[in-house]
Design a binder for this molecule. Structure first.
Ligand code: TXA
Ligand code: MG
Length: 317
């Protein structure tokens, strides 16, 4: 084990910038979930991200930029990509685009692919960090690999034992990771559902959003069992079994200390915002299983169901 530095957390934007310039990793708020950021151009910093998370190195990272000028130094934007970027950036959307040959990005970030995942976050603190830094950061979600994504600064501080400096930007607004779209040959392909839904893209851009050829929504490197609490997760539950915690939605809810309701008014955006926090709270009660009410598979509910399916997936493989 390397020597551990304990930081008086949270840190300021200027302190975070200094840590990043030194090649260190920093916990960064975004409007989706907290990211574990490091200089995208610096091999050692990117390596530190993978090591801190315990993330397999074949799984590429998202590059976060302050503005379009920064983004266009890294990726090729064809007219369709520009149209999508103009419509949804800054915001909870990641675009997978051809990487520019001269992009100043560590090859570790893209895991050797000739495409790069890019996003312009909307969170004001992330934007301040990126514009002060003046260069892009690579940042996966700031959780140990395979665990629930963090939606509060304290989750990041707790996860890495205070060994990582963290900016506190409050609770994340969206609560689930960004939508990922690949744009190639004038087609848009949904790799991961999120707050920017396929319907929103179709109505704004006027062309169909496709699923990958296998018909499954999955970004390369995305493991089936993911976003896992310690407890088992049982989906589409009508009521809790004895000893089970219950995660409700709308009127499908129960009262009691082991129960939470993602959104009493059955609002999917509110449910997405609460999802990881409530799974954490129920998991912290030490129950063996968490039963989850049915969540409508529409709009942002598609992303919620995607994350729940991964949380419930068989972990023996
Ligand atoms: O909301 C988010 O996207 C958060 C915040 C911190 O920005 N980040 C995040 O990163 O969720 P991460 O590493 O947990 O998920 C990134 C996903 C992975 O499934 C990865 O395989 C995929 O993006 N990805 C990255 N580069 C890719 C590429 N070139 N082609 C296809 N998928 C890619
Ligand atoms: Mg993640």
């Amino acid at each position: 084990m390397n020597e551990r530095h304990l930081y008086p957390n949270p840190v300021s934007v200027n302190e975070a910038v200094e840590h990043l310039h030194n090649g260190d990793v920093v916990g960064m708020p975004t409007e989706t979930v907290y990211g574990l950021a490091g200089l995208a151009s610096n091999d050692d910093a990117v390596l530190k991200i993978f090591q801190t998370k315990g993330r397999p190195r074949f799984n590429p990272l998202i590059v976060h930029c302050a503005d379009m000028t920064m983004a266009r130094e890294i990726a090729e934007f064809d007219p369709l990509a520009l149209k999508v970027a103009n419509a949804f950036w800054p915001g909870p959307l990641t675009l997978v685009l051809p990487k520019k040959a001269n992009a100043r990005i560590s090859d570790l970030v893209t895991a050797g692919l000739d495409t790069v995942a890019i996003r312009l976050p909307k969170h004001p603190m992330a934007r301040r960090l990126l514009s002060t830094l003046g260069q892009p950061v690579a940042a996966p979600s700031a959780n140990p690999s395979g665990k629930l994504s963090p939606t509060k600064a304290q989750h990041v501080i707790d996860a890495f034992g205070g060994a990582v400096p963290v900016l506190d930007g409050g609770a994340c607004e969206a609560g689930v990771e960004s939508t990922i779209l690949a744009i190639e040959n004038n087609r848009i392909i949904l790799l991961r559902p999120g707050n920017v839904t396929a319907e929103m893209v179709e109505s704004e851009i006027g062309i169909k959003v496709n699923l990958p050829d296998s018909g499954k929504i999955v970004a390369p490197g995305m493991l089936k069992s993911h976003y896992a609490p310690n407890a088992k997760v049982r989906l589409n539950a009508i009521s809790p079994n004895s000893g089970e915690a219950f995660l409700g939605f709308g009127s499908a809810a129960f009262d009691g200390p082991n129960c939470r309701n993602l959104s009493p008014k059955a609002d999917l955006a509110e449910a997405a915002k609460n999802l990881f926090q409530y799974l954490r709270e129920l998991d912290a009660m030490g129950v063996a299983s968490i039963a989850v009410a049915p969540i409508p598979i529409e709009g942002i509910g598609i992303a919620i169901n995607d994350r729940l399916a991964r949380a419930a997936a068989d972990r023996t493989t």
